[in-house]
Design a protein around this ligand. Structure first.
Ligand SMILES: Cc1cc2nc3c(=O)[nH]c(=O)nc-3n(C[C@H](O)[C@H](O)[C@H](O)COP(=O)(O)O)c2cc1C
Length: 200
């Protein structure tokens, strides 16, 4: 039985356009993969704290030398990583805010990037350790950027996921959502079709 991890990063939680697209994707996926288990992580209703010096230091301390507080910090990150590892398919709702990814999502990524756990450095460069997964990213944007240099999100999300070993990543874009009703409806219709094609 496959496990799908659905991650929402919209300020508007389940009501965000990206979250609605992620939900649509997961519903379609379940219809074509009966029995698929779905785990949900909403980074707005359950925010991940930003990684500060104390948190970062906790990761560097040897397990037996960690204080109770440091153990809790590491356990929190370990749980997020275990949840990711347990998933076969990752479905990420990705809003664009101020030309980048939501800070909530960045904070989550900062808990996933752990040397020796999710990646390691080798003589050939970094090696991702979270392998064997497929990721789908549902990107919602007010404007239109895909395929241009202004789309900093796609390269960044691809690079981050690849860094930890997730190299098989498909993007679905709903762009021009704030450019009038016609643009919005056309963008959502295209995204819905892409979702139908990817989950068939
Ligand atoms: C705080 C904020 C910042 C935004 N910044 C951008 C932006 O830089 N570029 C853009 O195309 N759209 C921008 N938008 C529009 C969002 O990308 C659009 O509303 C999209 O639907 C957000 O996804 P969500 O509905 O899942 O939250 C912004 C929206 C908000 C609320």
């Amino acid at each position: 039985m496959s496990t799908v991890l659905k991650i929402n990063a919209s300020l508007f939680a389940a009501n965000g356009q990206s979250s609605q697209l992620a939900e649509r994707f997961v519903a379609a996926w379940q219809a074509s993969h009966p029995g698929a288990r779905v785990v949900e992580r909403d980074l707005t209703t359950h925010p991940v704290p930003h990684r500060d010096a104390a948190r970062f230091t906790a990761f560097l301390v040897q397990p037996e030398a960690r204080s109770a507080e440091q153990q809790a910090v590491v356990a929190f990150s370990d749980a997020l990583i275990a949840e990711l590892r347990a998933a076969d398919v990752i479905v990420l709702g990705l809003p664009m805010y101020n030309f980048g990814i939501p800070s909530q999502l960045k904070a989550y990524f900062d808990h996933l990037a752990r040397a020796g756990v999710t990646f390691r450095y080798t003589a050939n460069g970094p090696e991702g350790l979270v392998t064997g997964k497929k990721a789908y990213v549902l990107a919602a944007r007010g404007g239109v950027y895909a395929g241009t240099l202004k789309d900093s999100q796609t390269a960044y999300v691809r690079d981050f996921l690849a860094f930890i070993g997730i190299t098989d990543v498909e993007f679905v874009y709903a762009e021009g959502l704030n450019m009038g009703d016609e643009s919005k409806h056309a963008a959502l219709a295209r995204a819905h079709q892409a979702i139908a094609d990817l989950t068939a």
